[in-house]
Write a new protein. Structure first.
Length: 86
């Protein structure tokens, strides 16, 4: 997401391969197509959205002169139709 305050694009999510680390602790397994035994899964660690970075970019982009922040039209349905915050 572009952050005008720092004039650059910021990472707002990340995903990393955890190999079988988490799956071993949770004993998560699958049966291969050949049906011989079970194998431990490999998992991803996904942090979804870095909410503070997303919020900072929205504030920087949509701040109004009166100090309120306009809610982008795309997000309004998720905020019960709110058009501004503050």
């Amino acid at each position: 997401m572009f952050a005008p305050g720092v004039d650059r694009w910021l990472e707002v999510s990340s995903v990393s391969w955890f190999s079988d680390y988490q799956a071993r602790r949770a004993n998560l397994r699958y049966r291969p197509a050949d049906g011989k035994g079970t194998e431990v899964l490999h998992t991803l660690n996904g942090s979804a959205l870095a909410v503070p970075r997303v919020w900072a970019a929205i504030v920087e982009t949509y701040r109004q002169e009166d100090g309120t922040v306009a809610v982008p039209e795309l997000l309004q349905p998720y905020l019960r139709g709110m058009t501004s915050v503050g």
